[in-house]
Write a protein that binds this ligand. Structure first.
Ligand SMILES: Cc1ncc(COP(=O)(O)O)c(C=O)c1O
Length: 376
């Protein structure tokens, strides 16, 4: 029997063991999936696409109308000016990240991750033969440790990944911190891959800033973003990447020879979504409420330290004060009827658990009540 290629040997699966659907009575605070229905007008547009016969091959990067809409969206919401020729719509932000890693690193090259970071970055780099180098963020507020980034750079470093707002920590890097990272990238001639999928979910009074917009950033930043989080469209698998022409031309080759393009009939639905500001704003109001419920509820449990999440929809709670490891805590929580994620499954996450407040309000209330019953 032939062996599977060795590139998958020992490859991490991140949070997967704790993302399995639990029993029916368990409150699930694990998944990074909005607990809202996809807005109706987006669904209607997708149905219209099917009925109109948008079921054939089309432009690889996405229809020109869709790429124009993404370009306008970036300009309007984030003051990012990118020509629509330098935008590709991809099957999820995940695929855009994979293309970005293939474009910026060769096997053996190093990519800096600010850890703890989203569970898929490390295995994705590893299966293309690149080397993730985990640089811990500051333990108090999960913001980047600029000195540590500088000292991690070697002659093999090719890329730094920024994910702000961050999954799993909820940190929103300040404009100054991002400029400092861009400065380092300039000094060492590195790429920046900027995963901005939570860019509309900011709960602090400093704005989301893309490294693309900062001095020296435009020529070396690949922006990755998508529809999954802000429009509750996880299953539609729609993401995009934008950046310098030479990077996007390479990404077009990746997409042409792998995915071809995203489903033709959802392209107009994606355009519709970009205009659905009311839905985004109303989801965000709910997230703010749920975030506060989490902070208030969890802070009453002795031994838990709850750094206030600055963006996205995760609480990254320090459980070391309970005397339990994060695995023991997550296993105990599951016995108490709450599923959450022990962060030692990813680099740099030891001692923390990730708790998602993308779940419904009822689930959050019940989840906190069960944790209190177990721990108080
Ligand atoms: C930081 C981060 N990047 C990318 C993704 C992937 O998003 P998509 O559903 O668009 O592939 C996720 C999803 O959880 C995420 O948290």
């Amino acid at each position: 029997m032939p062996d599977v290629s060795s590139r998958f040997d020992g490859l991490g699966v991140g949070f997967a063991p704790y993302l399995q659907p639990p029993g029916p009575d368990v409150v699930r605070l694990t998944v990074g999936e909005p607990g809202f229905e996809t807005p109706r007008q987006i669904i209607d547009e997708a149905i219209r696409g099917l009925e109109n016969g948008d079921t054939k091959y089309t432009r690889g990067a996405g229809s020109i109308e869709l790429c124009n809409a993404v370009s306008e969206y970036l300009g309007f919401h984030h003051s990012i000016e990118v020509d629509s020729e330098n935008i590709i719509v991809t099957p999820g932000a995940k695929q855009a990240l994979l293309y970005s890693f293939m474009i910026t690193t060769m096997p053996g090259d190093e990519a800096i991750l600010l850890s703890p970071s989203w569970a898929s970055y490390e295995p994705m780099l590893e299966f293309i033969g690149s080397v993730p180098v985990n640089v811990p963020v500051r333990r108090d507020n999960f913001h980047p440790d600029i000195k540590a980034i500088r000292s991690a750079i070697t002659n093999k470093t090719k890329m730094i990944l920024i994910n702000s707002p961050c999954n799993p920590t909820g940190a929103v890097f300040t404009p100054n911190e991002i400029q400092e990272i861009v400065d380092i990238a300039n000094e060492y001639d590195l790429w920046i891959v900027s995963d901005e999928i939570y860019s509309r979910m900011i709960w602090v009074d400093w704005p989301h800033v893309s490294p693309y917009n900062l001095s020296g950033g435009e020529e070396r930043t690949i922006i990755v973003n998508g529809w999954s989080k802000s429009w509750a469209m996880t299953g539609m698998r729609l993401g995009f990447m934008a950046g310098p022409e030479r990077a996007i031309n390479a990404a077009k080759k990746c997409q042409a020879n792998s995915a071809s393009h995203v489903p033709t009939y959802i392209m107009n639905a994606a355009i519709t979504a970009l205009g659905c500001n009311d839905a985004v704003n109303s989801f965000n109001n709910e997230y703010k409420k749920r975030r506060q419920m989490m902070i208030d509820g969890l802070s009453e449990i002795p031994g838990l330290r709850i750094p206030e999440p600055e963006g996205a929809f995760y609480v990254f709670a320090d459980v070391t004060g309970t005397g339990m490891s994060d695995i023991e805590f997550a296993d105990g929580a599951l016995k108490a009827g709450v599923q959450l994620i022990p962060a030692s499954l990813i680099s740099g996450g030891k001692g923390f658990v990730r708790i998602s407040y993308a779940a419904s309000e009822d689930m959050i209330i019940e989840g906190i009540a069960r944790l209190k019953k177990w721990l108080l």
